[in-house]
Design a protein around this ligand. Structure first.
Ligand SMILES: NC(=O)c1ccc[n+]([C@@H]2O[C@H](COP(=O)([O-])OP(=O)(O)OC[C@H]3O[C@@H](n4cnc5c(N)ncnc54)[C@H](OP(=O)(O)O)[C@@H]3O)[C@@H](O)[C@H]2O)c1
Length: 239
């Protein structure tokens, strides 16, 4: 399979690259932004992986990526990258500038990449779109995450529309909603909060990115009958 993973240098992204790249029949393309050294380490590890530098905040850089997608003959797209950190901001303090920036850096690039991949998928009459959401969308909303979770909710609804609009072309769109994982994304989380999460976790340990990567892999090899689902990876919480 030819697979594009956005944000392949991140905690979850690298785990997703790993599960696919260990099969040498797969050709892996992954995007990165700041983590040049990590990208080189990954491509050093796998002869079948190629890193593409792309800043989702830079329209010109995006155009170069979009042009490359046409030549990847993609079978699978994993929408994983996230620009910025999920800073806690109370709804009352949110500014329209923050909302616009988050939308422009996290929704519009994902839309552009997906539209481009769909051109190949439609020609091939097959293709898998797998989008990483968040467990913050499930159950009671976590206080302070209005911007992050509502942006993910917008993406979740887009992903649902892809599953119905493109089903007749053999294309599927599925999502994965993971709980908290230790990655750069969550690096600023207070250790006491993490300890409490571990203590109250049903398995007494936090979710590992590799466990989510296995779910992504499952969706990539599933039949087109598996379409429009959002798999929570939450150890039975938030259900
Ligand atoms: N960690 C969690 O607890 C958790 C829980 C649920 C869902 N998620 C979701 O899982 C996905 C991956 O998260 P993660 O924890 O692996 O985050 P991460 O370690 O912070 O990785 C983020 C990825 O996005 C890329 N990125 C950052 N800024 C970018 C930019 N301006 N342009 C293009 N790419 C950029 C990063 O590339 P560089 O490193 O090269 O800059 C990196 O590959 C996200 O969609 C996140 O919302 C995470």
């Amino acid at each position: 399979m030819n697979i594009l993973i956005t944000g392949g240098t991140g905690g979850l992204g690298e785990a997703i690259v790993d599960v696919f790249a260990t099969d040498s029949r797969n050709k892996i393309y992954f995007t990165y932004c700041h983590a040049e050294t990590k990208a080189r380490t990954i491509t050093g590890r796998y002869a079948n992986a190629r890193g593409i530098r792309c800043d989702f905040e830079n329209r010109a850089g995006m155009e170069a990526l979009l042009a490359e997608i046409d030549n990847m003959d993609l079978d699978v797209l994993v929408n994983n990258a996230w620009v910025g950190k999920p800073d806690t901001i109370r709804f009352g303090q949110l500014t329209s500038e923050q909302i616009k920036t988050t939308f422009c850096t996290n929704v519009l690039p994902l839309v552009a990449v997906t539209q481009q991949a769909l051109k190949t998928f439609r020609k091939k009459k097959s293709g898998k779109i797998i989008t990483i959401l968040t467990a913050a969308l499930l159950g009671t909303p976590t206080i302070g995450y209005a911007l992050y979770s509502s942006t993910k909710a917008y993406i979740a609804q887009l992903a649902k529309t892809w599953s119905t609009e493109y089903a007749r072309y053999g294309i599927t769109s599925n999502c994965v909603s993971p709980e908290f994982m230790r990655t750069d994304f969550t690096a600023s989380t207070d250790e006491r909060v993490i300890e409490q999460m571990e203590q109250t976790h049903p398995l007494k340990r936090l979710l590992e990115p590799q466990e989510v990567a296995q779910v992504v892999q499952f969706l990539a090899i599933s039949s087109a009958q598996v379409n429009g689902v959002n798999i929570p990876v939450t150890a039975g919480t938030r259900i």
